[in-house]
Structure formats: structure tokens, C-alpha cells
Design a protein around this ligand. Structure first.
Ligand code: IMP
Ligand code: MG
Length: 175
């Protein structure tokens, strides 16, 4: 396992992200939609640095394939969403990889007619994007490696690491 981002670097990155969001929304109420489960740590740290009124909703994504596959069926239970019509909505996720998850979530939220939908991620992987959008805000650009920690898991492990690390191919194949 190779450490990519230390606890302090992540804290600084989340602070930068929060400062951008405070400037963009300028005190206006914000509805944050966080994609489970990887974004939970970012969500907890980020919302404590925002100064506008914030509502939080959680949406699920499910991974059908292998443990490192990011192709997931995104499951949004609309009955769990707060009213989005006319609201400023910010979708947050742990990582932007191929982008399919974010595209799907944004499409499913758009039918509720929010005033704006923007997106913010902790990490954006280089050269992986397969969709026509990019996240509006990304705290860090990282190389194309499988990473864990600060909410990101490999087969439900490592989410609780306070730093972000890349797993070696042997660690991914092993066990
Ligand atoms: P995308 O749809 O390909 O952008 O994938 C996004 C989702 O895949 C994220 O929400 C993560 O849950 C998962 N994912 C993608 N890359 C990684 C990684 O390197 N480590 C852990 N999870 C990842
Ligand atoms: Mg995720």
C-alpha cells in the first residue's frame, strides 16, 4: 500500500473545496446529495465547513461486478429525497472515475427540476473519464490507480483509513 494523500493534505483539500463552495453559493441554502457509501467521510468533514443552511440527502449506488469495478447500478429512492424543485443541489462523491455514476445520479435528480445541479468530488482519476461531463469541483487529481481510505473501500475494507493510499496489484488480486 502506497500513501498518496496524507491526513493533513486531505484536510487542506477539503478546506479549499469548502472555500470554493462558500464563494459560489454565497449564503444561499444548499441541498447536498451524497452518493453512498464512499462519500460519507467527505460529507461529514465538508458540511462542517459550510456556512449556508444545508440539507443533506443520501442516495445509493450498487456495484454488480468485481471488487474494483466502478460500474454500478445507481438506486435512488425518490421517496427519501427532500423536495428539490427550485433548489440549488450539490452532488458529492468520493471519486470521479469513469463518470458513469455521477451522470446517472445527475440525470435522476434533474427530473425533480432543481434550480441548479453542481457536483464535487474528493478525487478525480486521470484519463478514465468515459462521459461528457466532469465534476464541477475536485479537491485532488490522482493517477489511475485503485485507491482506498477516507471513505473509499476495497471489498468493504479500508474505508476508515484517515489517509488515501493506492493498493498494489498483488493486494488487489490477493486474499
Ligand atoms: P465511476 O462511475 O466510474 O465514476 O465510479 C465512481 C464510483 O466507483 C465511486 O463512487 C467509487 O465508489 C468507485 N470507485 C472508482 N474508483 C475507485 C477506487 O480507486 N477506489 C475505490 N472505489 C472506487
Ligand atoms: Mg462510491
Amino acid at each position: 500500500m502506497k500513501k498518496l494523500l496524507s491526513k493533513d493534505e486531505i484536510r487542506e483539500g477539503v478546506e479549499r473545496l469548502a472555500a470554493q463552495l462558500r464563494a459560489v453559493y454565497d449564503g444561499r441554502p444548499l441541498t447536498i446529495v451524497a452518493i453512498l457509501t464512499g462519500s460519507l467521510v467527505l460529507l461529514a468533514d465538508l458540511i462542517r465547513q459550510l456556512d449556508m443552511p444545508v440539507r443533506v440527502a443520501l442516495v445509493g449506488s450498487r456495484r454488480p461486478g468485481d471488487k474494483t469495478s466502478s460500474r454500478r447500478a445507481v438506486v435512488i429512492d425518490a421517496s427519501l429525497l427532500p423536495a428539490l424543485e427550485g433548489r440549488d443541489v450539490l452532488v458529492i462523491d468520493d471519486i470521479f472515475d469513469t463518470g458513469h455514476t455521477l451522470v446517472e445520479v445527475i440525470a435522476q435528480l434533474a427530473v425533480h427540476h432543481p434550480a441548479t445541479i453542481r457536483s464535487a468530488v474528493l478525487l478525480r482519476k486521470a484519463d478514465r473519464c468515459e462521459v461528457a461531463i466532469e465534476p464541477d469541483y475536485a479537491a485532488f487529481d490522482i493517477p489511475d490507480e485503485f485507491v482506498v481510505g477516507y471513505g473509499l473501500d476495497y471489498d468493504d475494507r479500508y474505508r476508515n483509513l484517515p489517509y488515501v493510499a493506492a493498493l498494489d496489484p498483488e493486494e488487489l488480486a490477493g486474499e
